[in-house]
Ligand binder design. Structure first.
Ligand SMILES: CC(C)(COP(=O)(O)OP(=O)(O)OC[C@H]1O[C@@H](n2cnc3c(N)ncnc32)[C@H](O)[C@@H]1OP(=O)(O)O)[C@@H](O)C(=O)NCCC(=O)NCCS
Length: 204
């Protein structure tokens, strides 16, 4: 198994992993279908554009079995979203039905993000683990640990001093894994689906 920087060709596989790993959270907003996957593909393409080598995949043979996205500077995501024209393109696609999202779902997504943004503003100076997931059939094989190690090494190589992440407090496998790698509870946040546990790791 290799951990390598993601390429554009990996994005579809990453979206499949994301959808299978987070299906219940996604279904809170809308059922997972092909059009919704298109929206996620656009989002992950933007993350790839903005964070480059901070976006890595775990590959076994030809199969992408996990991914991690590390944000060395979250401000770049916001700037990239606006100045790459992504925000306008996504809004247009949503309005014209490319993602099959109705208005109430769009408002729910925006409300959720605004609700959460209060916290984002307070912790803007940290590097951030944005997303990590492993295909369910490969859980428990040490792939998550390898991805997390690679993500932490990447952040340290960029001179990042603190890494922050958010995890649902009842996500025991993830919380245990983060604790093992030196992340410690640093607060709580909330969105429409409930609590987030904030964890922070000081880097060397
Ligand atoms: C969290 C996740 C990435 C872990 O990936 P994984 O490849 O299964 O994890 P690993 O096999 O590398 O195990 C890493 C550590 O996690 C913990 N862990 C993994 N599965 C566990 C379980 N079922 N119960 C408790 N702890 C568990 C252990 O501490 C383990 O270390 P150990 O094997 O040395 O004890 C994976 O469960 C996943 O994709 N979950 C869905 C997506 C998700 O929740 N992402 C995190 C959102 S914040």
């Amino acid at each position: 198994m290799r951990i390598i920087p993601a390429t554009i060709q990996h994005i579809e596989a990453v979206v499949d992993i994301f959808c299978s790993a987070f299906e219940s959270s996604i279904s809170f907003f809308a059922p997972v279908n092909l059009k919704l996957k298109k929206a996620f593909k656009d989002v992950f393409t933007l993350l790839h554009l903005v964070f480059g080598k901070g976006f890595m995949v775990a590959v076994m043979g030809d199969e992408v079995c996990g991914y991690i996205v590390m944000a060395d500077n979250i401000k770049r995501l916001w700037l990239g979203t606006v100045f790459s024209g992504f925000l306008v393109k996504m809004a247009a696609k949503a309005i014209f039905g490319a993602y099959c999202l109705n208005l109430s779902t769009i408002f729910k997504v925006i409300k959720n993000k605004l609700f959460y943004m209060k916290f984002e503003m307070l912790t803007i100076s940290c590097g951030q683990l944005l997303s990590i997931a492993v295909l369910p059939r490969h859980h428990g094989k040490g792939i998550g640990k390898r991805l997390l190690e690679a993500g932490i090494n990447y952040m340290e190589s960029r001179g990042i001093k603190r890494i922050k992440l958010e995890v649902r407090p009842d996500n025991t496998p993830a919380v245990r894994m983060y604790e093992k790698y030196g992340f410690r509870p640093a607060g709580r946040a909330k969105d429409l689906q409930g609590d987030w546990l904030i964890m922070v790791r000081e880097c060397s």
